[in-house]
Design a protein around this ligand. Structure first.
Ligand SMILES: C[S@@+](CC[C@H](N)C(=O)[O-])C[C@H]1O[C@@H](n2cnc3c(N)ncnc32)[C@H](O)[C@@H]1O
Length: 243
């Protein structure tokens, strides 16, 4: 399908079969659309304006996430686990994750980023801004500030092995993890070995049965800390899923 325009909303120059399938799903399948909170025009807006949103997200991930969430909803009947991201920057990927939330609104939405506490961003990965983040999730996922649980600080605070920040750990346990756990999480915060390892431990210990954690930059040679911190966990097979 390379080189085709895809309907009036999608004047894409290059579009592969996978992307095309992804684009088709939310707009043509009423059944799918009805199961999701996001209305189709939100998808359209996100997809058509996606390139102008600041951040780092490859197009191919959308189809994979769409399939994962449908599998969780339709086959595993998980529709109440938390959805969120560590390291949100302007919310480019987070907006998409939030778009996938279920109509029943039982899922906690969360975001963890150092935002204004720049000194905690020790490897200078990205440059999150709380106000900008909130404006993008509002525009692209129709999520308001009071619907998202934000932790402004280092994600290391959530791990009692590396931090004595009991308040942050309590927030994670009682507000996000609760008695249920996480359903779909992206790890894309600090890119050091320690931070990635810690984030993997926190999230993998918080997943619902059938939950998925994804780690950005795991094979990016510019961020070897992610490989070193992330892969040991995957190799030990202690995580629920690996993308
Ligand atoms: C690569 S960017 C994230 C990109 C984003 N996921 C997207 O969709 O474009 C990394 C983000 O992690 C944040 N960050 C860096 N160190 C962190 C830490 N230790 N804890 C939490 N967030 C951190 C930065 O402020 C930045 O917003």
């Amino acid at each position: 399908m390379s080189g085709l325009s895809f309907g009036s909303y999608y004047p894409m120059k290059e579009i592969d079969v996978e992307t095309a399938s992804f684009v088709c799903l939310p707009i043509t399948s009423n059944k799918s659309g009805m199961k999701l909170l996001a209305r189709n025009d939100l998808y359209l807006r996100y997809l058509t304006e996606y390139e102008s949103i600041p951040g780092w997200v490859s197009y191919g991930i959308f189809y994979i996430l769409w399939v994962i969430i449908r599998f969780q909803y339709e086959e595993l009947h998980i529709n109440d686990g938390a959805i969120g991201e560590i390291g949100v920057h302007a919310g480019k990927l987070t907006s998409y994750l939030y778009l996938l939330r279920h109509l029943n609104k039982k899922q906690k939405l969360f975001a963890i980023d150092v935002f204004g506490k720049k000194e905690l961003n020790i490897d200078k990965s990205g440059d999150g801004d709380r106000k900008v983040f909130l404006s993008y999730i509002q525009r692209y996922a129709n999520v308001t500030a009071d619907e998202v649980n934000i932790y402004e600080g280092s994600s290391l605070d959530l791990n009692s092995d590396f931090s004595k920040n009991l308040e942050a750990q309590r927030w994670w346990k009682t507000t996000i993890k609760r008695d249920r756990g996480c359903q779909l999480v992206s790890i894309d915060g600090g890119h050091t070995t320690l931070t990635t390892y810690s984030d993997m431990c926190v999230i993998s210990n918080s997943l619902v049965d059938g939950g998925v954690v994804m780690v950005d930059d795991i094979d990016n040679p510019e961020w070897l800390g992610v490989r070193d911190g992330g892969k040991p966990g995957f190799n030990r097979g202690c995580y629920e899923a690996c993308l």
